[in-house]
Design a protein around this ligand. Structure first.
Ligand SMILES: Nc1ncnc2c1ncn2[C@@H]1O[C@H](COP(=O)(O)OP(=O)(O)OP(=O)(O)O)[C@@H](O)[C@H]1O
Ligand SMILES: [Mg+2]
Length: 376
């Protein structure tokens, strides 16, 4: 295992900057996950670390070695590509063995390792098949196995689970995590699946348009997103964004208003009369049916920390364990979507009017121009 250090890496294709000024240092043995929307530069960063792509400027270090000019095969990294390529004329077993044979490992060691890796990835029944006799998900697991078996200094994995069905994806994800706990190999993992990012990462790096937006442990990035992009990218369903105008220490959403914490009021002073975006995660919204007045009386805790908003239900989406409710704000100037969860037995019809309570302690405020979060 080794550290991976990128220092001010930029990669330009003509006028397009695929990635810009990327700097981070991955300590030995850590598992870092790079996430971001399609085209944000994830694969480019991985390919630069692997040596398959040359940076336009900046330095790459693996361990303490500057590797800018070191060819890919001498970097001791194993990469699983987004479009994995297996050797088509070799069986699964031969594909798995290839890296070890190249290093002239002892045949009985090779066999033991093939058996072990194949079992852990549930491809042990496929060892004698050729790649074209495999499904996409099976091929992907063979590609993963081929990387794992080499036990390199660094793993570079580019969406290695993207072709697996939900169950297999969960199992393989858990397998990868256990493998990492066992081997402790420094891993750089690219995905746009936030469950993978949250569950696997020691540190998450959120990218957007070629630039790092935030680096931090999963829970920190989720709970304290640096900006609106990060806030919206992590979390499913995504954080609600409610456009508001700030005035007289209140956030105005059309004719409805929410109070603003005293601590935030100083920061918001320059925004008097200006537009802001309020962010609230679905799990921080609770509701009571408006047509039942007795249930409409907020508890003391709600009075203290929760702010009511009137909404109208548009759609109920049952998810099994719970139901996702899509609604829009009433008395708003424009149509504003608000999503929240309820118990599976919640029975609303489109058109029902209900009152939701926002947990004000969990409210985010973003500058809509810069996307930067304002915190108390
Ligand atoms: N060879 C190339 N020539 C020109 N532009 C390129 C080239 N390779 C990548 N790009 C551009 O660089 C940007 C980053 O691409 P990259 O493949 O790193 O994105 P990504 O985050 O991996 O996306 P995805 O999630 O879709 O795989 C994109 O805008 C892409 O169009
Ligand atoms: Mg990619």
């Amino acid at each position: 295992m080794a550290t991976v250090h990128l220092d001010q890496i930029t990669r330009q294709y003509g006028p397009v900057k695929a990635v810009e000024d990327i700097t981070f240092k991955i300590p030995e043995g850590e598992f870092w996950v790079f996430v971001g929307p399609s085209g944000c530069g994830k694969s480019t960063i991985l390919r630069i670390i692997a040596g398959l792509e040359t940076a336009s400027s900046g330095n790459v270090y693996i361990g303490n070695r500057l590797v800018n000019a070191v060819p890919a095969r001498q970097r001791d990294v194993a990469m699983v590509f987004q479009n994995y390529a297996l050797y088509p004329h070799m069986t699964v077993a031969e594909n798995l063995a290839f890296g070890l044979r190249m290093r002239q490992a002892n045949p009985s060691t090779i066999q033991t390792q093939i058996d072990q890796v194949a079992r852990s990835l549930a491809i042990d029944h496929l060892l004698n098949r050729k790649p074209k006799q495999l499904s996409g998900g099976q091929q992907q697991r063979v590609a993963l196995g081929r990387a794992i078996i080499r036990q390199p200094q660094v793993f570079l994995l580019d969406e290695p689970l993207s072709n697996l069905d939900a169950q297999l994806r969960d199992d393989t994800r858990a397998e990868l995590k256990q493998l990492h706990q066992r081997l402790g190999i420094t891993t750089v993992y690219v995905t746009h699946d936030q469950v993978e990012a949250m569950t696997l990462a020691d540190q998450i790096v959120v990218l957007d348009r070629g630039r790092v937006q935030q680096i931090g442990p999963p829970q920190t990035v989720y709970a304290q997103p640096a900006n609106q992009m990060v806030a919206r990218f992590l979390g499913n369903p995504a954080m609600n964004l409610l456009p508001a105008v700030y005035g007289n220490s209140l956030f105005w959403l059309g004719q409805q208003s929410l109070s603003c914490s005293v601590d935030l009021q100083d920061q918001l002073h320059p925004y008097e009369g200006q537009h802001l975006n309020l962010g609230i995660r679905p799990e921080h919204i609770t509701w009571v049916p408006a047509e039942n007045p007795s249930e409409n009386i907020p508890t003391a805790a709600q009075l203290l920390n929760h702010a009511p908003l009137k909404v109208e239900v548009d759609l109920m989406e049952p998810l099994g364990r719970e139901v996702l409710i899509r609604a829009h704000l009433l008395e708003a100037n424009s149509s504003t979507l608000i999503q929240f969860q309820g118990p599976a037995e919640a029975q609303f019809q489109p058109g029902d009017r209900i009152i939701v309570h926002l947990d004000l302690a969990r409210l985010f405020v973003f500058d809509p121009q810069t996307g930067i979060g304002l915190f108390d």
